[in-house]
Ligand binder design. Sequence first.
Ligand SMILES: *Cc1c(COP(=O)(O)O)cnc(C)c1O
Length: 338
Amino acid sequence: MIDLRSDTVTKPTPAMLDAMVKAPLGDDVWGDDPTVNRLEAMAAELLAKEAAIYVSSGTQSNLVALLSHCQRGDEYIVGQDAHTYQYEGGGAAVLGSIQPQPLTVEKNGTIELEHIRQSIKPDDVHFAHTRLLCLENTATGRVLPMEYIEQASKLAEDNGLKIHLDGARVYNAAVKLGIDVKDISQYFDSVSVCLSKGLGAPIGSVLCGSAELISKARRWRKMLGGGMRQAGVIAAAGIYALENNIERLREDHDNAALLGQELAQIEEVHVDLEMLQTNMVFMTPLKGGIEELATSLQRKDILVDARKTIRLVTHLQVSREDILTTVSAIKDFYQGSS
Ligand SMILES: *Cc1c(COP(=O)(O)O)cnc(C)c1O
């Protein structure tokens, strides 16, 4: 099976499982799971923040961040296509009474600074208090330009806003730019990082920020039912991921580039090369339907994410050979149907 639907589909390797089996454990709600404590200290150090908290998912991480930054009746500025806004069940509104102010995301994954500036509400009884700016990096595979991040951070600071990064795939951005993740995290008050995407852990995210923010997040996490007991058994996989799987993201990027390059030569499909910056390839059939192509690939044990376009995501369980097999299968589909 070649599973290109997402980088969330990876299964723990024997070495990762071994680390999980050997992890020393305790009750993390009491603060005495040494493995969770180690993971949190490690994440805080890697992102150069005072503290970190281990959470069950990226959704929970973003939610506790929003709940910790904002009060009932506050507002956060967010991309129209951002995960935090589109794909988290409206959690900030449902559970925090925090109003989103969604703004258009440009083709390069940024939100125009002028647009952000104009959306910050004045102190007036008509308006919600604009409290937070939320960015995403990578944003659907795109790496935000560092200059943009710096300017967005300054704009937030100048206007008394906090700034949160949904950095589910921030390591893909850092590896792509060849910089330390700290160079990105320094511009944010909080950063959420998924361990369960390209980094290859089965479960979990970390939220990093000031000690004050993270202690608020700890209260919210407990309230949301996210206080886990001997969580070291899964946190060990996160430690393993941070120790072993960061630099290798480059291989995923190389494989995605190869896939994009090969697919671009098939005249029946269009590949969005502007979106192809890290580990995601977006392809639209110019001939025949998305469904038909996806079904034909599935018959050959190749899984893709088929919606308005076809998304193919590389990860640590997709090899260069799998890429070539996939390209051949797509070529065969068109040759067979012509
Ligand atoms: C996957 C993802 C999340 C949420 O992570 P889950 O662990 O699936 O809840 C948040 N933001 C972005 C950009 C993501 O890709």
